[in-house]
Design a binder for this molecule. Structure first.
Ligand code: ZN
Length: 84
């Protein structure tokens, strides 16, 4: 069975017999290509998660929090600051 590696696009023979485990690097041609895929995936994760800490989202979070918090809590905070 011929498989094409999605990293290096090299065709490689993939032999699977029932009852046997898949190769540790499956579905790539080698463990090296599997590591490249993993690194790419981790990089994408990092790029997706980093903009969440951006200014726009922080402002929205603060607005949502202000709507959620009752006035009493804000009064308590002011009182605590005066005591301290
Ligand atoms: Zn490969």
């Amino acid at each position: 069975m011929k498989k094409e590696c999605s990293i290096c696009e090299e065709k490689f023979d993939f032999v699977y017999q029932k009852g046997e485990q898949f190769p540790p690097y499956f579905p790539f041609c080698s463990s090296r290509c599997k590591q490249i895929d993993l690194a790419r995936w981790l990089n994408e994760e990092y790029q997706i998660s980093s903009p969440i800490t951006g200014e726009e989202l922080t402002t929205k979070d603060e607005e949502a929090l202000a709507d959620f918090l009752p006035d009493e809590v804000e009064d308590d905070c002011i009182t605590d600051e005066k005591k301290a």
